[in-house]
Design a protein. Structure first.
Length: 250
């Protein structure tokens, strides 16, 4: 199963027609009109929209997983999106949120004016910051996913709770000054993701998300994870070994 939530997955050229057909079939009923289907077909065929690794909502092939495809257009007020199961061999490369953030910083304020400041906040606090959501998709496709009122979605990881507290303070100050909503998820050992604000709250339990499900987790247990030795980083989940991979951004 694909392990790292929010990673972007590039579909291999040979697999694109089959996955396109599956995505068209998986569109919500109200989004299956000819105009929307043509937009989806063009986006996946010409722009090679990557899928987002997400929690499976149905059966998946052994060793595979579920990818969510989100598009830079809407049907009424709703963004057009669909999720489909895929085999491991249908994916040519994965890019983690931290790799996407590296690419976004090359683009700098041209992508979003707040990103360089967010990167500085991460460096000052000692927190690794990854980019997810619309900004991540715009980074790798160049398509207009972001709107003036778009939130910035981040995933962060750190070796101490104090570092996260410092980052949260800086992000709150930045968000207030810029009139911007910044939503950060903390990546914890075991593939657990929790909202930064909930982890730092006084709540007894917080909502934890993994690649297999969602559950309430006792906050003291999550806090104790920072007292243990930091875990080794997982091996890359993509089929090409890290040193050999060419980063082809589409």
């Amino acid at each position: 199963m694909f392990r790292i939530r929010h990673s972007l997955a590039h579909v291999s050229p040979a697999s694109r027609p089959g996955i396109l057909a599956a995505v068209l079939d998986a569109l919500p009923e109200q989004m299956r009109d000819p105009g929307t289907r043509k937009l989806v077909r063009d986006a996946m065929s010409k722009a090679h929209i990557p899928g987002i690794v997400c929690r499976p909502t149905g059966p998946c092939p052994d060793g595979g997983g579920q990818l969510g495809f989100s598009f830079p257009f809407r049907h009424g007020a709703e963004r057009v999106r669909a999720a489909v199961p895929v085999r491991r061999g249908q994916v040519s490369a994965f890019f983690t949120p931290w790799e996407v953030m590296d690419r976004a910083l090359i683009l700098g304020p041209n992508l979003h004016p707040a990103l360089p400041e967010i990167a500085r906040a991460g460096a000052l606090s000692g927190v690794e910051i990854g980019l997810i959501g619309s900004a991540a998709l715009q980074t790798v496709t160049g398509l207009p996913y972001l709107r003036p009122d778009s939130d910035l979605d981040l995933v962060v990881r750190a070796e101490s709770l104090r570092a996260l507290e410092q980052l949260a303070t800086m992000l709150a100050t930045l968000a207030k000054r810029r009139g911007l909503a910044v939503d950060a998820e903390v990546a914890l050992p075991g593939g657990i993701g929790v909202k930064l604000t909930e982890l730092l709250s006084g709540a007894r339990s917080v909502l934890g998300k993994t690649i297999t499900g969602v559950e309430l987790i006792e906050r003291p247990h999550l806090i104790s994870l920072f007292e243990a030795p930091p875990p080794a980083r997982p091996d890359p989940q993509h089929p090409i070994k890290q040193p050999e991979r060419k980063r082809q951004w589409m």
